[in-house]
Design a protein around this ligand. Structure first.
Ligand code: KDG
Length: 318
């Protein structure tokens, strides 16, 4: 049985081989991406048993996604194939080199048809963490209910919930709808991993400490980690708070997936019993390694790579 369980939609990515407006891009690398399966893959690479719950279409992309995720060692026994709805896909667009746009083709996808029936309470019995992301409740009304059910199962079984709001404004009606649904989930979570820009969007405040205070008022006892990109991260749990600086990276190739890799590094450290500071540092290290490789999951570190990063940082004193 998995130590960590995630649930969400994974899509096939078409990543253009050229930095051009998408209408002129003519060849693509096929990859997979989905915030929740990304976290599961990250954890699996770090030696943990992770499970991912989802629906894919009964089509070649559905087979492809399962092959990749299973190949990474993630348990997919609760992934089903829907023969009425397709697997979602999305295209990346890189016009200038570093900024990435995404175009989704995911409305009415197989994953968006998920219901509470896709869950099996017994599957959660031995889990140490349940990872909930804010993408799932944005997909459809039934996915929103499914998110609530996952939270309820975790609460019943006293499994801590790690929540990443993963704000994707293309999936929400407006900012208010996103904030109301996502802050409600945050209020029920034990650990909140949030980017500074989305923290600003959801709380109306700017400073990492203010974002953390907003969530601690909403859910006392919660650990809040505000991710600050290359700068590192800030954390606060009511008892202690600190800024943990990021690791220098020579070249950022693809920032997408870094937040998921951070989550995997952080959760892995927590599973190993490390303290909060070291866990955030592990998240930073995983994120820094990931951004140097193209693709969501391709650059996720294995344990020895993380160790190497941490050791060389110690030698150079940061
Ligand atoms: O975190 C990376 C994901 O955002 C990306 O792979 C696509 O899951 C995705 C989404 O719904 O945007």
């Amino acid at each position: 049985a998995p130590e960590v369980i995630t649930i969400g939609e994974t899509m096939v990515i078409f990543n253009p081989d050229q930095s051009l407006p998408l209408e002129y891009a003519h060849s693509f690398t096929k990859q997979i991406g989905g915030a929740e399966s990304n976290v599961a893959v990250g954890l699996s690479r770090l030696g943990h048993k992770a499970g991912w719950i989802s629906r894919v279409g009964s089509d070649p992309f559905g087979y492809y996604i399962q092959q990749v995720i299973r190949g990474e060692g993630v348990d997919t026994s609760l992934v089903t194939m829907d023969d009425k709805a397709p697997t979602g896909v999305f295209f990346k667009e890189r016009k200038t080199g570093d900024s990435v746009n995404v175009y989704y083709y995911r409305a009415h996808s197989a994953a968006s048809q998920m219901t509470e029936e896709d869950l099996d309470r017994d599957y959660f019995k031995n889990a140490e963490y349940v990872v909930v992301s804010g993408i799932l409740p944005a997909l459809s009304a039934s996915c929103r209910k499914t998110t609530d059910k996952v939270i309820q199962i975790a609460k019943d079984l006293t499994i801590p919930i790690v929540f990443d709001p993963n704000v994707r404004m293309k999936l929400w009606k407006d900012k208010d709808e996103a904030a109301s649904v996502l802050n409600d989930i945050a209020a029920q979570s034990d650990v909140i991993l949030i980017g500074d820009a989305e923290g600003h969007l959801l709380t109306g405040t700017n400073e990492p400490a203010e974002i953390a205070d907003f969530y601690k008022r909403l859910a006392p006892g919660t650990t809040v980690v505000v991710k600050l990109g290359a700068e590192g991260a800030y954390y606060s749990n009511g008892e202690e708070s600190a800024f943990v600086s990021g690791f220098p990276v020579s070249k950022v190739v693809d920032p997408i997936g870094a937040g998921d890799s951070f989550a995997a590094g952080f959760i892995s450290a927590q599973l190993r019993g490390l303290d909060l500071y070291s866990s955030v540092r592990m998240g930073n290290a995983a994120g820094a390694i990931t951004v140097q490789v193209s693709g969501d999951i391709e650059g996720f570190p294995r344990s020895f790579e993380l160790e190497k990063m941490l050791q060389s940082a110690e030698k150079e004193n940061y």
